[in-house]
Design a protein around this ligand. Structure first.
Ligand code: DQQ
Length: 538
């Protein structure tokens, strides 16, 4: 089927076939980035979870390797579930992962590479006395999973945290260890948030408040904040908050309790889950991977024979300008795929206008765009949609005074299919404006059995800043970044008509009361190379 094969991505990481979910244990070792991932070798739906393994020099082109770990022991026979890597000061690599036992109990297991001097880390040894942790008293046997990367505290002991829940309160349990074999459960929780339910794939790491490099996981002190991220099983989104970590009491406190984990900011407002960061010691940056799942139905996934991709890895830094959020940005290596470029500057978009860009077969693109709103019309607007909300709105078809305006991608000429990514400005009678960044999937596909949500949230815009967005378009995935990565939305879409040479890009302004001046630079993107194993040479 032509349409289904066109929908397969060309520069996102994915296995050759079948089901994939969470990224696991990412690390850099001897010149290679390693990515492990939750994989079903037998089908395009979840099950038989095995650790897939791939390596890359540049995070974009990948070599598939044999499975790292398979469900073959009593303590992981129902699945080698999510885990994280820790690189010890002597260079040893420790992998902790969740096993679903023969009794369906969630336990934590230890594994390590058989041969550290192998750059490919082909063989993995499961510690013979696994499991190393059982669900502690008071914790449900199926509510104990996804250990983090370890970090070292002032007492010289390693810490890890593991997500769980008590009734409806999402919690993160704290453990200390010196040898990764025996663990001490602390009385104290790293954090808890009522009403958020089971915390999956907790991620916990420092960010620098002053510098622009990433920080290794054990770094703490003045000028450091800590990000706590949880994937909420109940609503399938990744939430984070900035705060302070006290390593004596092993407690994390949010900067703003109103924007606590699970009730405040999302890492990504679209289809994005179970993400995990790691410290790239080679380039001194913190990198974030996330699972982009499917939002069609399982029978289509079975038909196309694969499900899910990983996001383009993103660098994560603290946003020094706002102080309230992190910035996520596609790794610079993705720019190596940029080829033919297209540029258009200072186009005036009057209310109701639509301007096609001269790009055909617009399936693989990197787009950078900025928008200046007509100052006088903006100032003269007394009130505009003060209570706007992307998700509850009518999407890009809903016209307001100061929005929407932005870009239509994966759109065909008659606009029978289109995925709008746009800004929408709301203004209260107090004169304060709030800018929203949204992605509308309601008309992305003529298929009826796919998700049609409008995604998005507000995005901080500081005085003097123009509105800017970056879009990575890859057939059926659009990763959209506003204001340098303050708000991010990943769209998983299923075009059936806006495909091959019919896939186009437009600028649009559907506001009724304001003109917008747009400048755009777009690049056609080459395909990444994903080689099967065995490959001829490195
Ligand atoms: N996926 C894994 C679990 C994790 C969940 C199982 C999150 O370890 O909690 O495939 O997507």
């Amino acid at each position: 089927n032509d349409m289904l094969s066109w929908q397969r991505t060309s520069f996102h990481f994915q296995p050759q076939e079948n089901w994939m979910n969470d990224p696991n244990g990412p690390l850099f070792h001897m010149g290679w980035y390693h990515l492990f991932y939750q994989y079903n070798p037998d089908s395009a739906i979840w099950g038989n979870i095995t650790w897939g393994h791939a390596i890359s020099r540049d995070l974009i082109n990948w070599l598939h390797l044999p499975f790292a770990m398979q469900p073959d022991q009593w303590y992981d026979i129902n699945g080698v579930w999510t885990g994280s890597a820790t690189i010890l000061p002597d260079g040893k690599i420790v992998m902790l992962y969740t096993g679903d036992t023969d009794d369906l109990v969630q336990v934590q297991n230890l594994a390590y590479p058989a041969n550290l001097s192998d750059p490919l880390l082909l063989d993995w040894i499961k510690y013979p006395d696994n499991p190393v942790m059982f669900p502690p008293p008071g914790i449900g046997s199926t509510d104990f999973r996804d250990p983090t990367t370890a970090w070292i505290g002032p007492d010289g002991k390693w810490r890890i945290t593991i997500g769980s829940k008590v009734n409806k309160t999402g919690i993160s349990l704290m453990y200390k260890t010196t040898d990764f074999i025996t663990y001490e459960l602390l009385d104290n929780l790293l954090h808890a948030v009522p009403g958020t339910g089971m915390w999956e794939c907790v991620d916990f790491y420092p960010v620098s408040v002053t510098g622009s490099n990433g920080l290794d996981t054990s770094v703490n002190g003045p000028g450091v904040k800590h990000v706590l991220k949880s994937s909420l099983d109940d609503d399938r989104h990744d939430y984070y908050a900035l705060g302070t970590y006290d390593p004596i009491n092993d407690k994390w406190t949010p900067d703003n309790p109103e924007l606590d984990v699970g009730i405040g900011l999302r890492l990504d407002y679209g289809k994005y889950y179970a993400s995990k960061t790691f410290y790239d010691q080679d380039k001194e940056r913190r990198l974030l991977w996330g699972w982009i799942g499917e939002s069609d139905n399982e029978s289509t996934d079975l038909l196309k024979g694969w499900a899910s991709v990983q996001s383009i890895p993103r660098t994560v830094v603290f946003d020094k300008k706002t102080g309230t959020n992190i910035l996520q940005w596609p790794v610079k290596e993705v720019e190596s795929l940029r080829s033919r470029s297209y540029e258009i500057n200072d186009v005036e978009l009057k209310p109701g206008s639509l301007v096609p860009l001269k790009i055909s077969s617009a399936a693989q693109l990197d787009i950078v765009a900025s928008f200046e709103v007509d100052e006088e019309a903006f100032k003269g607007t007394y009130e505009a949609d003060a209570s706007y909300n992307c998700t509850a709105s009518e999407g890009a078809a809903g016209r307001g005074i100061l929005g929407p305006f932005g870009i239509l991608v994966l759109a065909d000429d008659p606009l029978s299919e289109l995925t709008p990514v746009y800004f929408y400005i709301a203004k209260g009678v107090d004169g304060n404006a709030k800018t929203y960044f949204c992605a509308d999937q309601s008309r992305s596909s003529t298929a009826s059995d796919v998700d049609k949500e409008v995604y998005g949230s507000d995005v901080p815009v500081l005085p003097g800043e123009s509105l800017s967005m970056r879009l990575l378009v890859d057939h059926s995935i659009v990763e959209s970044f506003a204001q340098g990565g303050r708000t991010v939305i990943t769209s998983r879409v299923y075009p059936t008509r806006a495909i091959y040479s019919a896939a186009r890009v437009f600028l649009f302004n559907n506001a009724t009361g304001v003109s917008v001046t747009a400048s755009v630079k777009a690049w056609q993107m080459a395909s990444a190379t994903l080689k099967p194993f065995p490959f001829d040479q490195l």
